[in-house]
Design a protein around this ligand. Structure first.
Ligand code: PXP
Length: 246
């Protein structure tokens, strides 16, 4: 595939919050592995899971089951810690997206400071890459973070779209412009740009229309919508909205 003009925008579905609902009661229902199967039936291109340090949603024992439930590529979101590196090397997902993680945050609230953490990230990126895992860095759409990703040799960056998703009024266009420009800059430098966080039916299309983007990762909204219309329907609708603008 040509990095500059990916033909199809892939949809990675983050199924963490199926596990959040399960964990609210203990037990095994609803099962994230079943969600992974439904995402595959609905035309999703990948499954994303974030194994957090506090295991608040996906847990260690879920990983293997989710991997075995579907032939879709798995994108493991992980903090840059020795523990997560060891888990990633054991399970060998298709991709690993390195995210910042703070215990007290409700979700991944900002991008990774790839520029400021070069020395911490370099051995982790190298060991994941050596194991054949496609490394992505979850960064703010900023030139210095793309430069840092280049220095680290990461083949993929995922832009944090939270600022865009939460912007109001004229600021929406400003935030969108940053993603547009940074997607072009990343692709020009041979890095495949992805995007995600806070995307919904209402705000996805301007992002999906950015030609260099190869993948969107969407979770909370799709799982929330699934309560009303079912997971297969929510994934199909998102897929359709993305396809309409490509
Ligand atoms: N991509 C990354 C790297 C994330 O950390 C998250 C949130 O966990 C998402 C995408 C999906 O964000 P949302 O759940 O808001 O759709």
């Amino acid at each position: 595939m040509n990095v500059l003009t990916p033909s199809r925008l892939r949809l990675g579905v983050n199924i963490d919050h199926v596990a959040t609902i399960r964990n609210a009661r203990g037990g095994e229902h609803p099962d994230p592995a079943r969600a992974a199967q439904i995402v595959a039936q609905a035309g999703g291109d990948g499954i994303t899971v974030h194994l957090r340090e506090d295991r608040r949603h996906i847990r260690d024992e879920d990983l293997q089951r989710v991997f075995e439930a579907t032939g879709l590529p798995i994108n493991l979101e992980m903090a840059a810690t020795d523990e997560m590196l060891e888990i990633a090397l054991r399970h060998r997902p298709h991709a690993a997206c390195i995210v910042p993680e703070r215990r007290e945050e409700r979700t991944t609230e900002g991008g990774l400071d790839a520029a400021g953490q070069h020395n911490r990230l370099a051995p982790i990126v190298a060991r994941l890459s050596d194991a054949g895992i496609r490394v992505s860095l979850f960064i703010a759409p900023e030139p210095r973070q793309i430069e840092a990703a280049m220095k680290l040799g990461a083949p993929v960056v995922e832009f944090h779209t939270g600022e865009y998703a939460h912007a109001e009024g004229e600021q929406v266009a400003v935030e969108l412009r940053r993603i547009v420009d940074m997607a072009a800059l990343a692709a020009k430098n041979g890095i495949e740009p992805h995007a995600g966080h806070g995307l919904t039916y209402d705000n996805v299309q301007p992002v999906a229309a950015i030609p260099q983007l190869a993948e969107l990762n969407i979770g909370h909204y799709l799982i929330g919508e699934a309560i009303f219309c079912g997971l297969e329907t929510s994934v199909r609708k998102m897929r359709q909205l993305m396809d309409e603008v490509r």
